[in-house]
Design a protein around this ligand. Structure first.
Ligand code: UT7
Length: 331
């Protein structure tokens, strides 16, 4: 262990739009209530981009903070991965806009589309990259502008989503005994693709294609069906990752799950038999921000003093596709 190169998160950053949309605001837009949203999801408010504001600005801000915390200059970056399903453009990618915004002139850059599991997919790629290129530094961003793909007349989805960006710099761990990415798992099951979709605007149904109903140009979800698979898969991933690394749930210091629904998080907490203080939740403030959800939660967990060096951290995510992923870290 001592001589081998192990990747670790060296610094994190986050940025969310200032504009807050509360459940009470939503009551004026669709037939819903603060009571329904709170009881069924745990969400109280979410952040929404204003007109003219773009999510890449937040991705760049989050990245700058992560670089500063890691004490790394943009020129030292070798790779930038942006996990997103809501980039500003199809061409160019969000990652190259970030590369330009940072002046990271030595970095390759690409976007990664894996819905809510995107940040774990990105961190997994970064770990593998760093451990095979020991001096390399990788910036992983999860950034979403879901409000731009939300049907504000569809109460089954518009109460759930929010915007935001989080970033992590991954590089060689200065002390692998106490701080490293231990292991990850990523997976997918495309058989379920019809349960969570955004069909319009791709190459099957290009923008303004009249064959497709207007609501298909927004995110659609069969929530109840997704809920069932999400709970099952997240539990499976968590146990598999712990067992194959010789840990039990008692060893976990903090579970940082994808923030899609407080009831899913509570289910997972109960199955893992974790006390409340070992599970991080900030869904009440941001809603479901897809690929940004895990980095926003990790960042705030650290800021609030819920994470200390050497802690065993378990990340678990699940999203449209379906995609899923888990990661074990020593913080
Ligand atoms: O991010 C990655 C993947 N996403 C997830 O993991 C999300 C998984 N799914 C969920 O979190 C939940 O299924 C939802 C929060 C989306 C929905 O909660 P639910 O308890 O599964 O509700 P439901 O879809 O079964 O709907 C229950 C009732 C329905 O009315 P009826 O048929 O019982 O009369 C809905 O029409 O609630 C109604 N409803 C609403 N009522 C007030 C649905 N949306 C709303 C709403 N306000 N916003």
């Amino acid at each position: 262990m001592k001589n081998s190169v192990r990747a670790a998160i060296l610094g994190m950053g986050m940025s969310v739009p200032e504009k807050v949309l509360t459940n009470f605001d939503l009551e004026k837009m669709v037939e819903t209530s603060d009571k329904w949203i709170t009881e069924r999801t745990g969400i109280k408010e979410r952040r929404i981009l204003r007109d003219g504001e773009n999510i890449t600005e937040h991705a760049i801000k989050a990245a700058k903070e992560a670089l500063e915390k890691a004490n790394i200059s943009p020129e030292e970056l070798n790779l930038i991965i942006c996990a997103t399903v809501t980039p500003e453009y199809i061409i160019p990618s969000m990652a190259v806009l970030v590369q330009d915004g940072l002046g990271a002139k030595n970095a390759g850059a690409f976007d990664l589309s894996a819905t809510c599991s995107g940040f774990i997919y990105g961190l997994s790629t970064a770990k593998s990259f760093v451990e095979s290129n020991p001096e390399s530094k990788v910036l992983v961003i999860g950034a979403e502008a879901l409000s731009r793909k939300t049907n504000w007349q569809d109460r089954t989805i518009c109460v759930l989503l929010g915007d935001g960006a989080g970033a992590a710099v991954v590089g060689k761990s200065p002390d692998p005994e106490t701080s490293r990415i231990i292991d990850f798992t990523i997976g997918a099951d495309g058989a379920y693709w019809q349960l969570l979709t955004l069909k319009g605007g791709g190459t099957c149904y290009p923008p303004f294609d009249e064959r497709l109903p207007k609501e298909e140009y927004y995110i659609k979800m069969k929530g109840r069906e997704v809920f069932k698979v999400a709970t099952r898969m997240m539990e499976k991933i968590a146990f598999e990752l712990l067992e194959r690394n010789g840990f039990t749930t008692e060893d976990v210091d903090l579970l940082v799950p994808h923030q899609a629904n407080l009831r899913i998080i509570e289910y997972l907490r109960e199955r893992l038999k974790l006390p409340k203080e070992k599970v991080y939740v900030n869904i009440q403030k941001y809603g479901n921000t897809s690929a940004a959800s895990i980095p926003l939660a990790l960042y705030e967990a650290e800021k609030e003093g819920r994470l200390k060096r050497g802690d065993l951290v378990l990340l678990v995510a699940f999203g449209g596709g379906f995609t899923f992923g888990g990661m074990l870290l020593r913080w």
